[in-house]
Write a protein that binds this ligand. Structure first.
Ligand code: GLV
Ligand code: MG
Length: 346
């Protein structure tokens, strides 16, 4: 473990100092774009206004013979657009691939000042973060990048899940973690062929009762991992995210998966298809009725202590804290999104 006094020191002479407080940004959806496709790049100016984060994907789903085109396309996309409040992220190839080194050196060299976050796939442990942390500091120094580029890890291997707390603690550059259910399923030996969501075979059988047909109740395959990821992230001041939902034809299931992760503590999700953007926006902005109730709790307990009854329900210091989580998030969303500001009355 690095000594606390060294934790926030830049890792290269001339690199920007790491953030002590991360910039507060609303990141309800990280929208994936395949940057080697010109038609997709042409949609970016419109997309900037619709999503919270635009991510150029260089890793899985980009064919091996298109990796360099995708990297070049991402650099072009970054140079050709002004992103304003919308985040610009890149998902680079994994550390043991032939592409990662050029992904990082070329992107930071060309557009390091525009890039907010690098999403690193298949992170196994803190050693992966340490490597990228040092490399980024060297490149930031060489190219006089003025603000630190953050790292977002994908939790998608069994070893990564075992090491999730150490991954979160590895560097002040850590932004957060996303669940990668497809790779994680393979790494764990789960017997599925899906990208996120439930499975009809993963269920509990109701007790046997005379003359009653026994029901099956489908369970959530991802509950354990999401909860573990949220605890690790929140304990380290990072943000947890759901990842991909691959069945674009089942928007209800997509919404259910997004909502479960939101309720468990996630701050956003990936959107792989435009039809998922509106769902993510709806789910990861707190519901208006919840915000109204949370505001009533804060008003009823101005100093956050004691106990009051509201509509027959007990409120105390702990529910005040829950209400504050919701109101703080609603204020952030309202500050960014005029439509939600009107709905919340904030
Ligand atoms: C995402 O990368 C996943 O593997 O689910
Ligand atoms: Mg993956």
């Amino acid at each position: 473990m690095k000594s606390p006094s060294a934790f926030y020191k830049p890792l290269a002479i001339g690199a920007p100092a790491p953030y002590r407080e991360k910039p507060v940004r609303v990141e309800r959806m990280i929208h994936f774009v395949p940057p080697h496709i010109e038609k997709m790049r042409a949609k970016i100016p419109d997309m900037i206004a619709k999503v919270d984060v635009i991510l150029g994907n260089l890793e899985d789903a980009i064919p091996a013979d298109m990796k360099e085109e995708a990297r070049k396309g991402f650099i072009r996309l970054a140079q050709d657009n002004e992103f304003g409040e919308t985040g610009l992220w890149a998902r680079v190839n994994c550390l043991n691939s032939p592409w990662l080194l050029d992904d990082i050196t070329e992107i930071v060299g060309a557009v390091g000042d525009k890039l907010d976050v690098i999403m690193l796939p298949k992170v196994e442990g803190p050693w992966d973060i340490h490597y990228l942390d040092q490399l980024l500091a060297q490149l930031e120094a060489r190219h006089a990048v003025s603000k630190p580029i953050l790292i977002h890890a994908i939790l998608e291997t069994a070893e990564g899940v075992n090491n999730v707390e150490a991954i979160c603690a590895a560097s002040p550059r850590m932004h957060g973690i996303s669940l990668g259910p497809a790779d994680l399923a393979a790494s764990r030996g789960m017997k599925t062929t899906r990208v996120g969501g439930g499975h009809p075979g993963y269920r509990v059988l109701a007790d046997h009762a005379e003359g009653v047909e026994r029901s099956f109740y489908q369970q959530d395959l991802w509950h354990y991992t999401i909860a573990k990821m949220v605890d690790a992230c929140m304990a380290h001041g990072l943000k947890a995210f759901y990842g991909p939902f691959g069945d674009f034809s089942d928007l209800d299931a997509c919404e259910a998966q997004f909502r479960n992760s939101f309720l468990l503590g996630c701050m956003g999700t990936w959107t792989l298809h435009p039809s998922q953007i509106g769902i993510a926006k709806r789910v990861f902005s707190p519901e208006a009725d919840e915000v109204k109730m949370a505001l009533r709790i804060l008003e009823a307990m101005p100093d956050g202590s004691g106990a009051v009854m509201i509509d027959g329900k007990m409120q105390d210091d702990a529910t005040w804290k829950q209400a504050k989580v919701i109101v703080d998030l609603a204020r952030q969303v309202a500050a960014k999104d005029p439509e939600m500001s009107k709905i919340y009355g904030l």
